[in-house]
Design a protein around this ligand. Structure first.
Ligand code: GAL
Length: 659
């Protein structure tokens, strides 16, 4: 378990490096990420490699007792390279070139750019691959950030046409798969295929889903290209990429398959305005972040990394990129750190060591002020570092979850491509709400990809399995679900599309009809101000389905539509419950699965890993760990607390060893 920081030696005079390194060490840090945006300093002109300064900075960090995560600089191709290869720039949906002057100005499909990346990564890996202080590599930086996953360049067009010709057995097969006979959209050759953009009205959903899959694969192969070089020249180092929060623009399971660890960047206050949190809650969690936002991502990325997860960038204070940027409540920097560790992070690394006085992020706080003095976060990081040393002396334990949520990036995409018009239904927000509710009910959660769920034995260990963004009709997953003993809860839209974004022939939930005899014959989406009540006072918002079945529904709406279909251990909820209803329904389901739900309230959260238990108080007021809670989580009065106590102010943490 390590604490780290992101550092930019190229921003500061060399005479300052040693002092910085010693200061980091004295704060209890042991890992430093560097280099990920430094291309213009590493190669100021084509072929002129200037690596000595980087070597000296790595040596300086090493001499202070710090290890290094070296970033490949491919998120920031320098100006000379863009002038050499202007065709490598991405193109937006309006046909505008996304020009030089910030970052991520490249198209994943550009072959000349891939060649340039290979070259610089190879040079760096040859030079630093065996440096003893370089213990890990980060590929690029935040794939997809600033809406860069999808590009509409000529390079992307050509690559997409080739992709289509590989994926479909002839143009007729593609026409058939996409339903192109509709509106005379048929092609007679692959080179007639365009990009799903700029059409008069919406383009074909099949076309869009195919383009999403293609773009996701471009990210994967772009990353893979770097990983292969790093593995060759830098053996026995962890290779990671820093993924983003609330981001589903490519299949992260797929990209992470080539990595050793999935790392991610956590900005809990910045995320509040981006993750579907309503206005009242944005106010409530203004200085703490949403109580379930960080842990949702920790758990999801732990799954992407097959058990290994790092937090590469952690918010230290106000950020610069949200509509407003409040300061965290005192204590939150420490709390977020502990929470990451409790959810399995092997590294918690802060963004960044020292606030930059110039350029785009000058208003973004850091551990130190622009003048080098410590800022508030530094004080909390020092406390965290000390506590970790005292507490974590055992090897890291794996998760002890009894509940799994199957997560499918393609399914998320298939649901958001065409809703129809259900603008308030966001599959990611919905699954985050489900997660939040089960966390409020005291559960530990594992995510699992649909592919892993369908293939191996992973699902066998859970008592409850939930499906909320499995929009695709998935035969293999349905067969697996039929074979396990867990209680299964499916939410609306499960199995409602084929792989080509069409309605499956047996009607939704498609392949999942094999585990529950229901057929969805009508769907409706609802405006934000309309809620529908069942005869058991449960409330459905956004989306509702009419089901035909031999099974009698457990509840009904006034208009005769049923709600909640069940066959033994398999349940289907054919409407989106609001948060309160989810709380009621899932309390029942958790009890049915013998998972002993306990309502912790709005902002108290408990996390268990191995025999350690943590309590985190996000507020909105003080919280008290009742005897009931303490007993439920194995507290032994004779052992007492390792950290904290029963009473928790907002931002407080408590921890104990469970019996
Ligand atoms: C991340 C990014 C960093 C920095 C940070 C600011 O998205 O990886 O380079 O920009 O945001 O919050």
């Amino acid at each position: 378990m390590k604490i780290g920081v992101c550092y930019y030696p190229e921003h500061w005079p060399e005479s300052r490096w040693q002092q910085d390194a010693q200061h980091m060490k004295s704060m209890g840090l042991s890992m430093v990420r560097i280099g990920e945006f430094a291309w213009s300093k590493l190669e100021p002109e084509s072929g002129n490699y200037q690596f000595d300064w980087l070597e000296r900075s790595i040596d300086t960090l090493q001499n202070a007792g710090l290890d290094v995560i070296l970033g490949t600089p491919t998120a920031t191709p320098p100006a000379w390279l863009i002038r050499q290869h202007p065709e490598m720039l991405a193109v937006d949906e309006h046909g505008r070139v996304r020009d030089f002057g910030s970052r991520r100005h490249y198209c994943f499909s550009s072959e000349p750019y891939r060649k340039e990346c290979k070259r610089i990564v190879e040079k760096l890996a040859e030079r630093f691959g065996n440096h003893p202080a370089v213990v890990a590599w980060q590929t690029d930086n935040e794939f997809g950030c600033h809406s860069t996953t999808i590009s509409y360049s000529n390079a992307a067009l050509t690559a997409f046409q080739t992709w289509c010709s590989r994926h479909y057995n002839g143009i007729e097969a593609l026409n058939h798969a996409w339903g192109n006979v509709f509106w005379s959209m048929e092609y007679s050759s692959f080179d007639q295929i365009g990009l799903p953009v700029g059409t008069v009205t919406e383009s074909n959903p099949a076309h869009r889903l195919a383009y999403w899959k293609f773009s996701s694969e471009q990210v994967k192969t772009f990353n893979r290209l770097q990983v292969d070089i790093l593995r060759t020249h830098s053996p026995n180092r962890d290779i990671v990429h820093n993924f983003m929060g609330n981001f589903v623009e490519f299949d992260h399971f797929d990209v992470a398959d080539d990595l050793d660890v999935a790392s991610w960047d956590n900005y809990p206050l910045g995320f509040l305005t981006r993750d579907g949190t309503n206005e009242a809650d944005q106010e409530t969690w203004l200085r703490t972040g949403h109580p379930d936002s960080s842990s949702f991502h920790h758990d999801l990325y732990r799954a992407c990394g097959k058990g290994r997860m790092w937090l590469m960038e952690q918010q230290p204070g106000p950020v610069n990129w949200a509509p407003y940027n409040p300061a965290p409540l005192p204590g939150m920097v420490r709390l977020w750190g502990w929470e990451a560790i409790a959810h399995g992070a092997e590294l918690v690394s802060y963004f960044r060591y020292r606030q930059a006085p110039s350029a785009q992020e000058q208003m973004h706080s850091a551990l130190c002020l622009p003048n080098g003095e410590e800022d508030d976060a530094a004080r909390e990081v020092k406390i965290l570092a000390k506590e970790i040393q005292q507490l974590i002396n055992t090897p890291h334990e794996s998760s002890s979850a009894d509940l799994a949520i199957v997560f499918d990036y393609t399914g998320d995409q298939a649901a958001r491509i065409q809703q129809p018009d259900g603008q308030h239904y966001d599959p990611l927000v919905f699954i985050q709400t489900i997660y939040s509710v089960v966390r409020q009910l005291g559960m530990q959660v594992d995510f699992i990809s649909s592919a892993a769920a369908a293939s191996g034995k992973q699902l066998d260990q859970y008592k409850l399995v939930m499906l909320a963004n499995n929009t695709l009709s998935d035969q293999a997953l349905a067969a697996k679900l039929a074979s396990i003993d867990a209680l299964i809860v499916m939410f609306p839209r499960t199995g409602s599309k084929t792989n080509e974004c069409a309605i499956p022939e047996p009607l939704p939930p498609g392949a999942f009809q094999s585990i529950l005899d229901i057929k969805v014959t009508r769907v409706e989406s609802l405006p934000a101000n309309i809620a529908m009540q069942t005869n058991k006072q449960n409330t459905i918002i956004n989306w509702r389905e009419r089901v035909e079945s031999s099974i009698v529904a457990n509840e009904t709406f006034d208009d005769g539509w049923g709600f909640h279909y069940q066959n033994n251990r398999v349940h289907y909820f054919n409407g989106c419950p609001n948060r309160d209803t989810l709380l009621t329904l899932l309390t029942q389901q958790l009890a049915n699965a013998e998972l002993d739900p306990i309502n912790l309230g709005r902002g108290l959260r408990l996390t268990q890993r191995g025999d350690l238990v943590w309590a985190f108080n996000y507020g909105p007021g003080d919280a008290e760990l009742s005897n009931h809670i303490l007993e439920r989580f194995g507290f032994q009065p004779s052992n007492g607390f390792l950290i904290g106590q029963e009473k928790l102010h907002i931002g407080d943490v408590a921890a104990w060893k469970s019996s």
